[in-house]
Design a protein around this ligand. Structure first.
Ligand code: MF3
Ligand code: CO
Ligand code: CO
Length: 291
């Protein structure tokens, strides 16, 4: 019989307890977790190489979004912003993911959602006006990897109600990010967001959700922003978005039947949204679309 402090039987020269001493619960290897998440939830946990690619796509999306937002002011059309984003993708050897996406195919490179538009607004030739609030949403494909982010811009000065949805949706995003770490549950995101929105007298859209992203545009899991019961624990290597859509009035969305995309609030009151792509790390979370 060998004792804990004897040399290990394998001949390593180390003590048995430091070498082949049997462990009660060995931490599952990355490959085992990856397999488990794929089978159990359809979620793809990313390895180091994939993370590197996704990080680059996210940084490009964030940089292009930054430029697009800087361009947004009274008199500029959302089409002009779309043109800049298109050009920046070409220069980087990247592709804007929205272009031709879905059914009917999305016609532009970005989404620009003004005032009562919740999301999926289509750039056009209407100039931005003083007092508008606009969400610009950029998703870039670089070397096959995806990065997805959006921000609000206030054009000049606006109403208290519009400012409230802009500030509340930002607080919802940033505080929801705080809960992300291995072992925390997807449903905790909705708890945090509903609480903040309620305190501000706003509602949380439930017809659109955050999503896994990275190797495809929209991957499992869905990340609801409203109260829900999704018992999926976050795990290292998950990449996904949080993108709360917060309304001043009712939560309900109505999709424009003419274009099949533009989602407006049912009561035409303002809506706002911010979005980041996130990576779950062993100790918490990395905001991949932060510049
Ligand atoms: N970028 C949006 C998101 O955050 C999706 C836009 S779909 C599109 O998921 F087709 F409108 F581009
Ligand atoms: Co998204
Ligand atoms: Co987006």
């Amino acid at each position: 019989m060998i004792a804990r402090n004897d040399p290990c039987w394998c001949g390593s020269g180390q003590k048995w307890k430091k070498c082949h001493w049997p462990k009660a619960n060995p931490a599952p290897s990355f490959d085992m977790q990856r397999d488990h998440y794929r089978k159990q939830y359809g979620i793809r946990l990313k390895n180091a190489g994939e993370i590197e690619g996704i990080r680059k796509a996210c940084q490009l999306a964030a940089k292009i979004l930054d430029e697009a937002c800087a361009m947004a002011r009274a008199g500029v059309t959302t089409d002009e912003i779309n043109t800049l984003v298109m050009r920046r993708h070409k220069e980087a050897g990247a592709v804007p993911a929205p272009l031709g996406y879905g059914n009917p195919p999305f016609p532009k490179a970005i989404c620009t959602s003004l005032n009562e538009v919740i999301c999926h607004g289509i750039p056009d030739d209407t100039p931005l006006m003083e007092g508008d609030i606009v969400n610009i949403d950029v998703t870039s494909i670089l070397a096959g990897y995806y990065g997805d982010c959006s921000r609000m811009v206030i054009i000049g000065t606006t109403t208290a109600e519009k400012k409230r949805v802009v500030d509340t949706s930002y607080a919802c995003l940033m505080q929801a990010i705080e809960v992300v770490k291995p072992g925390a549950m997807v449903c905790e995101i909705g708890d945090v967001i509903e609480k903040i929105a309620k305190e501000a007298g706003c509602s949380v859209v439930n017809q659109f959700v955050g999503h896994g992203v990275g190797c495809e545009f929209h991957e499992p899991p869905q990340i609801p922003h409203h109260k829900n019961t999704m018992q999926i624990p976050f795990e290292t290597g998950m990449t996904f978005t949080i993108e709360p859509m917060i309304n001043a009035g009712v939560r309900d969305a109505v999709i424009d039947s003419k274009d099949g995309w533009t989602a407006r609030t049912a009561d035409n009151r303002p809506s706002a949204q911010w979005e980041h792509t996130l990576l779950v790390t062993p100790h918490g979370v990395d905001i991949l679309t932060l510049l």
